[in-house]
Design a protein around this ligand. Sequence first.
Ligand code: G
Ligand code: G
Ligand code: MN
Ligand code: NA
Length: 254
Amino acid sequence: LQQEHLLRAAVPQDALRLHYQPQIEVSTGRLTGFEALVRWQHPERGLLGPDEFIPLAESRGLVTPIGRWVLREACRQIKAWQDEGLARVPVAVNVSAMEFRQRDLVGEIKQVLADTGLDAQYLEIEITETTLMQQPEQARTTLDELRALGVGVTVDDFGTGYSSLAYLKRYPLDKIKVDRSFVIDTPSDGEDVAIVTAIVQLARSLQLQSVAEGVETPEQLGLLQRLGCELAQGFGIAAPMDAGSAHAWLQMQP
Ligand code: G
Ligand code: G
Ligand code: MN
Ligand code: NA
């Protein structure tokens, strides 16, 4: 109850933070975007990751205010960096299955883009395949509207949910994010190499971009380059960082 009370106060008391993890183009190392990752500056326990409070938020009806804050803050920040003349790259925002059900995502996005002045092409939404499968009709409508707006959609944690591959062609999607559990033991684990190879080929034949997450070593990056995986993210490239460090990272971009 105490935790719920504290979490309820987090948005009004400005206790949430966004960290940003760079995503790069594998072939050039060029920055292609940031993923926004929420944190909670807890009054006693320090900076908490989403796994430590999103479940509580979901059980207490707090996903909507938190999700709205994340969307608004991510758009505000990326626009502020653009206005400084820094490299223009998109920001990706995660939306859970429950948020996808409960929030009027398209209405909120239109409002936030209008309020912040951010162009829609600089916003991406990350949803899991489970979200798509649980809400097939809502997903179709929402994704069609996001496509019409010009907001990108990435399938997160690809390969880990219960799903049918049919949705990949039915829905307007832009990127597939290879789950880090498949990347972590490459290149030494031949079965994982086979899985990553298959996902990258599937993405390419459906004209979707592939993103590998959880890239920790140069050997993994080398493998991804050979496989033709366009984009990568992971501790071996850069860990999620606070806005100040992300700003410095942007300033180093040519
Ligand atoms: O940042 P970290 O690696 O601890 O994130 C753990 C999980 O939390 C990831 O699966 C990520 O998708 C999710 N996550 C991070 N930020 C957000 C957010 O703003 N909203 C939601 N719904 N999930 C998030
Ligand atoms: O899929 P999701 O949106 O949860 O992914 C974001 C999470 O992955 C964040 O919590 C981030 O800290 C974590 N992460 C990012 N890069 C790496 C990595 O290279 N290795 C591992 N183990 N986790 C990573
Ligand atoms: Mn994600
Ligand atoms: Na992921």
